[in-house]
Design a protein around this ligand. Sequence first.
Ligand code: DUC
Ligand code: ZN
Ligand code: ZN
Length: 455
Amino acid sequence: MDLIIKNGTIINAKESYTADIAVKDGKIACIGTGLDMKADQVVDAKGMLVLPGGIDVHTHLAMPFGGTVSADSYLAGTRAAACGGVTTVFDYPIQRKGRGIVETVKERMAMCDPEACVDYAFHCCITDLNEGAILDEFQSAVDYGVTSFKCFLVYKKEGLMVDDGSLVKILLKAKEVGAMTNIHAENPDLIDMYVAQFKAEGKLSAWYHYMSRPEFVEAEADKRAVHWAKSVDGSLYIVHMADKEGLEAALEAKRQGYNIYIETCPQYLEFTSDVYKREDGRNFVCSPPIKGQESQDALWEAIRLGGIDTVATDHCPFQSFEKDWGKDDFTKIPNGCAGIENLYPYMLSAANQGKISFNRAVELCAENPAKLFGCAEKGSLTVGKDADIVIYDPKKDFTISVENMHSDYDHTIWEGKKVKGYPVKTFVRGTLVYADGEFTGKPGFGKYVKRIPKK
Ligand code: DUC
Ligand code: ZN
Ligand code: ZN
């Protein structure tokens, strides 16, 4: 064997037990108690939890956005992922007018492949149907391993928005080829109306970012997307759900048996809209904005009861000087925050403190992402799967700071947050990429994950 991890408590979504895991050629070869085969490397995990690697299904690395490019390259973002126990990262390339899906993905892959420190996959944002040519390309995209397409129901002026007719066409075509339609739900017309009003009134602080995109502005778009998905029986994945009213509509559709899936992000679980009143409120500006306490409570309730399917980050950091562009005008703040290295520690800390079970944290951050997005080799500690493994010390106290993160950004909204328990080792396909605070991997080691469509 190449590696044996001994005596740890193995946590999958539906089971916890003490056993050894043996790894050969990047795969989990055997799980059992008292394994005594020879191995090049033996790790004693007594007192530790042994978890499947996290899968962050929502990141924007090196993304041109808000007049700049997000601060983490593929190298920095995936290095940080490794150090937070995330072993697969999904990025969102943006298809632009006149361009194809596979062409768009290949272009980003050429950037990502030499830099990736963990495995990676792509959803593709569709911004223009190119007179139907894009729909004709869905099958080729799926054959290429891209089994999910994202629609922005917002960012109209930026040229990213998809109208309702196009959304329905995408839902239908995606259904035909076994793909998922992901949506960013907010109502652009209401946002434009409020922005114009607040500008005219000279209300330009970060608080008015929230006030121009409050709960009901997100809820309308959530409900509209759910309505279209129900009408054509499509598979809909609502990214970064942040508001109670939209959440309830999506949960109701799920209860009725529709293929509606819900993602939320740690920033919506930890903070409330009050952060926008802070002096550094602009650093928390992301879209959709962080909502009020009622929404946060509803999100946690859905996490506990099983209605939310995944937690991912929407990792899209910008440097302080870029956030400062909007010091006196919230419309100039690039939208996005850091999170890739905090996702798994944050959710596992919630488990460690009794808010949810460790199994549920693993389900939200590893097993469900793998299942929903066709990563057949990933998501659980099972014989035959990739040996993407995290060793987690439940007793380790850790305080998040920009100083102990492994990204390229210069500040974090998570500064000072204390978590109980922390990953101490991360293996990607059996190779150690992180140990005790240090990145030990190599850029270019990460491999493209070719995903399998639902049929
Ligand atoms: N929202 C953000 O805050 N950043 C990137 C894209 C998005 O939709
Ligand atoms: Zn979004
Ligand atoms: Zn996003």
